[in-house]
Design a protein around this ligand. Structure first.
Ligand code: PLP
Length: 397
């Protein structure tokens, strides 16, 4: 049977493909420290589960296609609190940030179009974009320059007559980079000058550690007609399984096109929307405490990584990831070796090899992404294991 060339251009998750090695290692009794997945371990606020338990309607109906009014209202209020002028119709609820991105791409990209994205980037962007027939043009960055991308030279080098949009994650997955106000302004200016959409994936907005206030691209009023913000409860409230996100866009034409897709998929799950709405009433201390915890983890990771010779990395400023260049030949081979041959008191460690976070073939070959979603003691041990692993791996020959 024939498959579409679009789906065949997509790949499976570069993070999940090492699962069989993990299973084999566990069968041998190995304990594995997971630095490879972005699933937060923080407790979801109890109100989520209470709302689900207290639901008592006799029929579980479809929700309205743009989202349930109570959920839309919470997201609208959240953005008003960030200083945006939010009007009815600017917020649409989606099945996670993932659906917000998928539908956005389907609305703005055609076969042969290009979208520019700084690499390394969140690998699922490839699937969302390739399925429209468009291509990704990466903005090149490097470990040595802290994976920063927002300079005029770098961005403009990627723009061609086929470019339709610039997309970026801020704070960055996998880089941990947080754009400065000047960098955000520059991206906004370039998008205006070249008449491009700006897709700001801000699902990690709450996770910044160097004292800067929460920053949204929505604070620039002169770009609101071309700005599409991707939002989600997944990371903010540690509610990844809720599958509730949102698109925020003040361009009425965009919202009219977007609604065609929303109506075709009928609705986002009713119970999850109701429960997600309750999350926005959580005591603001919850988000502050979570932030303090992640900052501690960030500092622990930084401290332990600094003790390993030959690593290149920069202090992550946000999200809960850090990209690290290692003194090994190939991060995938090294990971497989860690899972098949390395053993330190029956313990080993997993990370995400960074090749899959790049569009450019061969880029990131000796880089990894670490997700700091473990408690500080486990993080210390995991990174010490990495250090021992690098030493033994390189001493093998
Ligand atoms: C950068 C980025 N954007 C979007 C998503 C999608 O998240 P969700 O669909 O759970 O909202 C993720 C998930 O890890 C992500 O890392």
């Amino acid at each position: 049977m024939k498959f579409s060339s679009k789906i065949q251009k997509c790949g499976l998750s570069p993070i999940r493909k090492f699962y069989p090695y993990q299973v084999e290692a566990q069968k041998r009794g190995m304990k594995i420290y997971h630095l490879n997945i972005g699933q937060p371990d923080i407790k979801t606020p109890e109100s989520y589960f209470e709302t689900v338990r207290n639901f008592s309607a006799p029929v579980l109906e479809y929700a309205p296609s743009p989202g349930m009014p109570v959920t839309i209202k919470k997201v609208e209020d959240y953005y008003k609190n960030l200083g945006m002028d939010i009007q009815p119709g600017d917020v649409v609820i989606t099945a996670g940030g993932s659906e917000a991105i998928t539908f956005t791409m389907e609305c703005i990209l055609d076969d042969g179009d290009e979208i520019i994205i700084p690499e390394p980037f969140y690998p699922n962007y490839k699937t969302f974009i390739y399925n429209t027939g468009a291509d990704i043009v990466p903005i090149k960055t490097s470990a040595e320059e802290g994976y920063r991308f927002a300079t005029r030279e770098k961005i403009e080098a990627a723009i061609t007559p086929k470019t339709r949009a610039i997309m970026f994650t801020n704070p960055g997955n996998p880089t941990g980079v947080v754009l400065t106000p000047e960098e955000r302004r520059l991206v906004a200016d370039i998008a205006k000058e070249h008449d491009l959409w700006i897709i700001a994936d801000e699902v990690y907005r709450e996770f910044t550690y160097n004292g800067e206030p929460l920053a949204t691209m929505g604070s620039f009023e002169d770009i609101l007609d071309r700005l599409i913000i991707i939002d989600s409860v997944s990371k903010r409230f540690s509610a990844c399984g809720a599958r509730v996100g949102a698109v925020i866009c003040k361009n009425k034409d965009f919202q009219a096109e977007f609604m065609k897709l929303c109506q075709a998929r009928l609705s986002v799950p009713t119970l999850d929307q109701l429960a997600s709405a309750s999350l926005y009433d959580v005591d603001p201390q919850y988000l502050k405490d979570v932030n303090v915890e992640y900052k501690k983890r960030r500092d622990t990771v930084k401290e332990e990584l600094s003790k390993i010779p030959g690593l290149v990395f920069s202090e992550p400023e946000g999200a809960f990831y850090v990209m690290v260049k290692m003194p090994v030949d190939d991060a995938e081979k090294f990971l497989i070796w860690l899972l098949t041959e390395f053993n330190d008191n029956n313990e080993t460690v997993m990370y995400a090899p960074a090749g899959g976070f790049y569009k450019t073939p061969g880029a990131g070959i000796n880089e990894m992404r670490i997700a700091y979603i473990l408690n500080c003691d486990d993080l210390r041990r995991a990174i010490q294991l990495l250090g021992k692993g690098i030493e033994q791996y390189n001493a093998r020959k």
